[in-house]
Design a protein around this ligand. Sequence first.
Ligand code: FES
Ligand code: FES
Length: 161
Amino acid sequence: MHGKYHVRTTINGEAVEFLCEPRQSLLECLRDILGLTGSKEGCNDGNCGACTVILDGRIVNSCLVLGAEADGADITTIEGVARGSRLHPVQRAFLEQAALQCGVCTPGLIVAAKALLEAEAQPSEERIRFWLANNLCRCTGYDKIVRAVQQAAHEMQEVNR
Ligand code: FES
Ligand code: FES
């Protein structure tokens, strides 16, 4: 039996501490220890993006990060994207464009798209498709997802004018 790591992080703006085993991924820690089940486990090997979170400003597959590596990090998960009951423009656009079906890919796509629009206000369609290339969707078809990101980009620009 290995000892446990004491991890101190900030998750969605709040200081969070937890104990995890050395082998546990950040995704397992989020879901199984902290009850943050919005991040999904699709493949658990870095190929689908369903587990995407923002870690110190970079999007990562949380199934490929050890929980222990999150010590000292600042993390945003899908649970931190809305402001109370106010959905983020990307979330609203996904609903309005019907850019989801089963929803397994949706949290990862929304987190990744939010990170894109915070880094680049007016990404081209090509850029959106490239940025989201790690986020696989088996149901919806990517056109609606891209349209949703374009809609959110437009709305966010209007608000910032
Ligand atoms: S569950 Fe992490 S990339 Fe698929
Ligand atoms: S909505 Fe089902 S995988 Fe994307």
